[in-house]
Design a protein around this ligand. Structure first.
Ligand code: FAD
Length: 459
């Protein structure tokens, strides 16, 4: 428990905002994206800049407080809040600055994907990031960063050039290929373990024309054929073409024709980042598959695709997931997903998703970054969202059971940002060799494990 006087002395010297339990803003300040997470920090501080981050971190260490760092607040296990300790919430450190001549962007540590997307697209450039625009740049990048441009431009970390960090000691350090390259290696996949990132520098890529994007929905009975087509197009299609194959409930029911709404369906999503005429050519086989029962694929501005899931993925719902990297997508896995889709607890929205992987991701050697899983053919996830607390157990169990049979088809490594269990074995995420290397880095940069609200590398 923090003494009133101690707190006052800290707050008087702190440039940003300090929010204590009982204050009107406290409940909003302690909330994170996942409605399953309900923690009560002793203090939430919102730095205005690096000097405030340093001062908050020093105070936390003096007072021996658990430290949670918050970027966009999207951590699925809720690592960006804590009980009793201090939340260093970077939501006042926002913004993305673009240098069009050098095709680079610098984002503040609390920036959201929308800020990077909007600023880059304003000058016909893009950074490959995730698919919900209110996600934090920081957490997404520090874990890896999957998205629909990944086969052309790689993971977000593959466009990362440098990170500025406040270290556990309260110092500042820059990590890049030239400065502290070992730390830069670890930051790209296990980054939440090493400090508070106050800025990120990215290289950007040209994208100044409409992309071709959308989802087409088919009856669940066609799931097997559609999955086969998905794998064939994933293997033979160009790097510009990303595909996702989904088995999910057709929700909201009223958006679908009678007999389809509310039931399991099979769907394919695509994003083609080449010219629209090239997209039409590359989507020919999908167009020929047959008339979908819902959905469409059409040219649109990249930004409109980036915002499409913002409402369905709004803050406050309860959410759980498990994921894996697959070496192939055999029919038996599709059959399993179809069968499990019929068992999604009533009142919840659940899905199995399969994303085409490889290409630019696999061009970066597996040992070049801490991120593990570049050699997979597909990413697979079981995701479920609900609101009724009575469904917490059944929904978690549905996702766990859905992924229980995936082991024989999985490659090594897990995507750290998908790991919803707060105390997962980090060795399984990175593999033994990389885990040991990360422990070595942790002993150098955070020997007291100040940054432990994450999938933790124990020093
Ligand atoms: P936070 O909860 O703020 O932080 C997540 C972790 O990073 C915590 O451990 C936190 O301490 C640490 N952290 C945050 N900021 C900093 C910082 N500045 N310095 C040091 N550590 C920090 N992932 C993808 O790859 N692609 C997607 O398309 C995608 N879509 C998603 C959609 C939704 C709706 C959600 C909820 C998640 C999605 N994710 C996706 C996963 C997402 O990348 C992770 O949840 C990520 O950690 C969120 O980052 P954040 O900054 O919003 O989260």
């Amino acid at each position: 428990m923090l003494g009133t006087r101690t707190l006052r002395v800290f707050a008087d010297g702190f440039g940003g905002e300090v929010i204590r339990p009982g204050e009107p803003k406290y409940d909003a300040a302690r909330a994170v994206w996942n409605g399953l997470v309900d923690r009560r920090p002793g203090l939430v501080v919102r730095p205005n800049g690096t000097a405030d981050v340093v001062s908050a971190l020093r105070f936390a260490r003096e007072q021996d407080l658990v430290v949670a760092v918050r970027g966009g607040g999207h951590s699925i296990p809720g690592f960006s809040t804590c009980d009793d300790g201090i939340v260093i919430d970077l939501s006042r450190m926002r913004g993305a600055t673009i240098d069009p001549a050098h095709r680079t962007a610098v984002c503040a540590g609390g920036a959201l994907l929308s800020e990077l997307d909007n600023a880059a697209q304003a000058v016909g450039l893009v950074c490959p990031v995730g698919v919900v625009s209110h996600t934090g740049v920081a957490g997404l990048t520090l874990g890896g960063g999957m998205g629909r441009l990944q086969r052309k431009f790689g993971l977000t970390i593959d466009s990362l050039r440098a990170v500025d960090l406040v270290t556990a000691e309260g110092g500042t350090v820059r990590a890049s290929a030239d400065e502290n390259p070992d730390l830069f290696w670890g930051i790209r996949g296990a980054g939440a373990n090493f400090g508070v990132a106050t800025s990120f520098e990215y290289v950007l890529h040209p994208l100044d024309h409409p992309i071709t994007h959308g989802t087409v929905v088919y009856p669940i009975e066609r799931a097997g054929e559609l999955a086969q087509l998905f794998t064939e197009i994933s293997e033979t299609g160009p790097d510009e073409l990303w595909l996702g194959f989904y088995i999910r409930l057709a929700l909201p029911t009223e958006d679908f024709p009678p007999g389809i709404g509310g039931r399991p369906i099979a769907a394919v999503s695509v994003l083609h980042c080449g010219q629209p005429r090239e997209a039409e050519r590359d989507l020919g086989r999908l167009r020929a598959f047959g008339h979908p029962v819902a959905g469409s694929i059409e040219p649109k501005p990249h930004l409109s695709a980036q915002r499409l899931a913002d409402v369905s993925s709004a803050w406050g719902h309860r959410f759980y997931m498990k994921s894996a990297f697959l070496r192939s997508l055999p029919g038996e896995l599709v059959d399993m997903a179809v069968q499990r889709a019929h068992g999604i607890p009533e009142g919840a929205g659940g899905e199995f998703g399969f994303w085409s992987w490889g290409r630019a991701i696999a061009e970066v050697p597996e040992d070049a970054t801490a991120f593990t899983g570049r050699t997979a053919a597909y990413w697979m996830g079981a995701e479920i969202q609900w609101d009724d607390p009575a469904l917490d157990g059944p929904c978690r169990e549905w996702a766990r059971a859905g992924m229980a049979d995936v082991g024989p088809f999985a490659t090594s490594g897990r995507y750290v940002n998908d790991v919803a269990e707060p105390r997962e074995n980090s060795r399984a995420i990175y593999g033994d060799g990389k885990y040991e290397r990360l422990v070595g880095l942790k002993r150098i940069w955070d020997p007291d494990n100040v940054f432990r609200m994450n999938q933790n590398i124990r020093p």
